[in-house]
Design a protein around this ligand. Structure first.
Ligand code: FES
Length: 69
């Protein structure tokens, strides 16, 4: 599992948005289920948790179009 080489001054914050993405303080490297690795060096990274994103694993706000059950 990757570690923060500089050493965390505090735990990295992860915020789960109800019916939305998972926000993670960047930069991040995501390992996909097929083994590919994608990197984002944004200050805050939005990971798709709904599976609808056209830019998976990143959130592209497609979750907003999801209809309530
Ligand atoms: S959570 Fe935003 S597109 Fe999936």
């Amino acid at each position: 599992m990757p570690t923060n080489r500089a050493g965390p001054e505090r735990p990295r914050r992860v915020v789960v948005v109800p019916d939305g993405p998972i926000l993670i303080e960047g930069p991040v490297e995501v390992v996909l289920d097929d083994g590919r690795r994608v990197v984002s060096d944004r200050f805050v990274v939005a990971l798709c948790s709904c599976g609808l994103s056209g830019t998976y694993p990143w959130c592209d706000t497609s979750h907003r179009r999801r209809r309530p059950p």
